[in-house]
Ligand binder design. Structure first.
Ligand SMILES: [Zn+2]
Length: 457
């Protein structure tokens, strides 16, 4: 068998198609609605002759359909928006203002002899205010002008959105323009021989994508403890391009990680109610649990769940009905699961405490906070949302989070209690999910790296 080293990346250039994208969120909608079926068709054929090269620019791909494919995917306006460069009259001049460290737009305007009066009028336009006030070193602002008077101004807000201000007869008008981007789906896979990051880098995968993959599978795989030589991965993800330049990586669409021989798979699917994306297994189960194991990035566990503990401050035998996670003061404490705030106050020995009510008659408690995040009793929080910050209020010998997990009012050990899974794909959307993801699972099959076999010389 041919030895297999590192990762190989495929770039399906023939698949790319310019798409005006309304927002980043809509871009996700496109993805499921538009690209997965296309991907399916394209890659099905492409993989027939699969190899490690870039697939040539032959016409495998039909034009994408823009029809919404499911009730999950509401119709998205596809407007033919022109790239939003300022169209200068030839007699007008334009200047690019480059923001230096600590520079304000006012300083830049002054240096280029541009009207500060015009700037102050533009800065008051509701759509423009934030984008003219918050500048970072390296930002560029293109100003069209006639002498000192501003005729137009354009500023990139992000890869997609551009602020454009135009002088009209009645004054300045501001608009946010969505620019065309080109989505490319790329496929990378690797075989771990030293470390996950090394294998991913060999496959041309940016660390951020590797981190995202680890995030997707974090509920099943401990990427610090469990990863072994010979573990394999395949990632299908998006890249965002414009004018032949890669702007950024996008979302992971599907991925497989084979950990010590056990494959874990997930594909991205958009939530029904709020349009947020989540990852699900081929069986339609969420990759997530309904609760995180530890609601804080901790440095160590300073005290375990122990019904017979001697209390460090009171020096009496007193059950320790939670886990103490030592962490620096100010470390964010994150809601372990979706829920509702039912308590947010100081509570004698517990200090500043938050209690969340979750489904399944589960409550979680977070104590000794230095301060609360902006939540109030009755408000809903989502898993991972910051609810407060580590401190040592109440009876505590050092900064830590005291965390309790109760089921039907009975304290359970948060480190060992069986955590319920997050909600699966609802039956209503199951068929849709299966249809959208079938080609992705097929791709993961095709691209699964072979098992590593030692080279003998
Ligand atoms: Zn404690």
């Amino acid at each position: 068998m041919k030895p297999y080293f590192g990762g190989i990346r495929h770039n399906y250039k023939n698949r790319t198609k310019k798409i005006p994208v309304a927002t980043k969120r809509h871009w996700s909608l496109f993805l499921c609605g538009l690209f997965i079926p296309i991907l399916a068709i394209t890659l099905f054929f492409a993989f027939e002759s699969d190899n490690a090269q870039v697939i040539s620019e032959t016409a495998y791909m039909p034009e994408p359909s823009v029809e919404p494919l499911s009730p999950l995917l509401p119709p998205t306006q596809i407007e033919d928006i022109q790239p939003a460069l300022i169209q200068n009259n030839t007699q007008d001049k334009s200047v690019t203002l480059r923001v230096g460290q600590g520079e304000t737009l006012e300083e830049l305007f002054r240096r280029h002899n541009l009207s500060l009066g015009d700037l102050s009028v533009m800065a008051r336009l509701p759509q423009a205010a934030d984008h003219l006030r918050i500048l970072l070193p390296g930002d560029e602002i293109l100003v069209g002008h006639e002498e000192e008077r501003v005729i137009s101004l354009a500023r990139e807000i992000d890869e997609i959105n551009l602020l454009k201000i135009t002088k009209e007869a009645q004054g300045f008008t501001a608009e946010i323009i969505k620019r065309e981007v080109e989505l490319r789906l790329v496929n990378a896979h690797g075989n771990i021989q030293r470390s996950l990051f090394e294998a991913a880098q060999e496959a041309g995968v940016a660390d951020a994508i590797t981190m995202n993959m680890a995030g997707i599978f974090q509920w099943d795989i401990d990427f610090i403890q469990d990863v072994r030589i010979g573990d394999r991965f395949t990632i299908i993800y998006e890249e965002l391009w414009r004018d032949g330049i890669k702007l950024t990586d996008g979302n992971i669409i599907a991925a497989e990680f084979i950990n010590q021989g056990t494959p874990f798979r997930a594909a991205r699917f958009l939530g029904v109610t709020d349009g947020t994306a989540d990852y699900f297994t081929p069986e339609g189960l969420s990759v997530r649990k309904a609760f995180t194991r530890a609601p804080v990035d901790f440095t160590r566990i300073s005290s375990n769940f122990d019904p017979n503990r001697r209390h460090p401050v009171l020096n009496t035998i007193r059950a320790h009905r939670g886990v103490d996670y030592a962490a620096p003061t100010g470390t964010p404490i994150k809601a372990a699961g979706d829920g509702k705030v039912i308590f947010r106050s100081a509570r004698n020995g517990y200090g500043n405490t938050v209690i969340l009510q979750h489904g399944g008659n589960i409550t979680t408690l977070y104590a000794h906070m230095s301060r609360f995040a902006s939540i109030r009793v009755g408000s809903r929080v989502t898993q991972g949302q910051t609810i407060g910050f580590v401190g040592m209020s109440g009876l505590a010998t050092g900064p830590h989070l005291h965390y309790e997990y109760r089921v039907n009012d009975i304290h359970r050990n948060p480190r060992t209690v069986a955590l319920p899974p997050a909600d699966p794909i609802s039956s209503e959307y199951r068929e849709e999910f299966d249809n959208l993801t079938a080609p992705l699972w097929q791709q993961l099959d095709v691209h699964r790296p072979p098992e590593f076999t030692a080279v003998s010389n």
